[in-house]
Design a protein around this ligand. Structure first.
Ligand SMILES: Cc1cc2nc3c(=O)[nH]c(=O)nc-3n(C[C@H](O)[C@H](O)[C@H](O)COP(=O)(O)O)c2cc1C
Length: 308
């Protein structure tokens, strides 16, 4: 019987060793523990927490989720337990699993972002930070940090100054030129970039002549956004030196491998976990099977390997 050589699935992401490139996306995987009964946490590369803020937030009124053809809209409104309850109630679980946990966070001023980075920096169980810059700056007329290179750079450099942990910046696709934003964040000290966050969308109920979501607009995610995300990952990968995490509509191993060819070092699985809470594990296993059947012995050889 032929013994099949196991391919090397590991990647290094901004100094964090991942057993494979598959991560879960913020807001679709709770704080990890909620999914522990559905997934073997030690089969995935890393997981990302729900976006955290200084104070707990109840989020938006309902309805705040709706399915659309090829995807979904959400307007959760960044509901989360807040940093104190995170430390008291969620961090003990992080300690119990042998898989890196990345803390996603946000603020509404540069000072709030900085304070969050400082608090998260003190938590040994947090392997890295992911900054969600898709939030309005209340001190600058509500302009979204992630839509303005100067605002994004000021958040990233302020956070950089208070943490030595790997700093990932999550880019918004709701911009004219994602490369300008990527370069601004890299220059300000980001160790890695993750993209994309959701696209702003809306849904209307014709009979009621009303928006479906109480918030009117919401973030669009799922398979329908994959071509946009792939294009942005490819553009950014050509323009920066830091590693990239590809996100957007990844439903299976083929999708994930395509993101790696476009230039991603790792990927995040979001909406797919709502269809199958074990999706990230299945994707990691199927990626390995694809490598074996295609004679690829190291997954790192696929990063940016698209031929044009
Ligand atoms: C219900 C829901 C909640 C989300 N919450 C967050 C969040 O708190 N912080 C964040 O950076 N991204 C959040 N996202 C965005 C996802 O992490 C991801 O970037 C996006 O959904 C695209 O990936 P997907 O198509 O695989 O879902 C959320 C997405 C969904 C669907």
């Amino acid at each position: 019987m032929n013994s099949v050589m196991k391919p090397d699935m590991s990647v290094i992401l901004a100094g964090i060793m991942l057993r494979n490139p598959v991560m879960t996306a913020s807001g679709t995987f709770g704080y990890g523990e909620e999914f522990a009964q559905y997934i073997d946490m030690e089969t995935i590369g890393a997981f990302v927490t729900k976006g955290l803020s200084l104070k707990a937030r109840a989020g938006n009124p309902t309805p705040r989720i709706v399915e659309t053809p090829g995807g979904m809209l959400n307007a959760i409104g960044l509901q989360n337990v807040g940093i104190d309850a995170f430390i008291a109630k969620k961090v003990p679980y992080l300690r119990s699993v042998n898989t890196p946990a990345i803390a996603n966070f946000f603020g509404s001023t540069v000072d709030e972002y900085t304070e969050m980075a400082r608090r998260l920096d003190e938590i040994v169980e947090v392997a890295g930070l992911e900054i969600n810059i898709s939030c309005p700056n209340v001190k600058q007329g509500g302009i979204v940090f992630g839509a303005d290179p100067g605002s994004a750079a000021s958040v990233v450099s302020a956070c950089r100054a208070v943490t030595k942990k790997p700093l990932i910046v999550k880019l918004s696709p709701n911009v004219t030129d994602v490369v300008v934003m990527a370069r601004a964040c890299e220059d300000a000290g980001a160790d890695a970039l993750s993209l994309i966050n959701t696209l702003i969308g809306m849904a209307i109920d014709l009979n009621r002549r009303r928006p479906v979501l109480a918030n009117i607009t919401g973030g669009f995610s799922g398979p329908a956004i994959k071509p946009v995300a792939l294009r942005m990952v490819w553009q950014v990968a050509k323009a920066v030196k830091v590693p990239i995490i590809g996100i957007g509509g990844i439903m299976n191993a083929v999708d994930a491998l395509e993101f790696m060819l476009a230039g991603a070092t790792a990927v995040q699985v979001g909406t797919a976990s709502f269809i199958n809470p074990g999706a990230a594990q299945k994707i990691a296993e199927d990626m390995e099977a694809w490598l074996i059947s295609n004679g690829v012995d190291d997954i790192k050889s696929l990063i940016g390997a698209m031929e044009t």
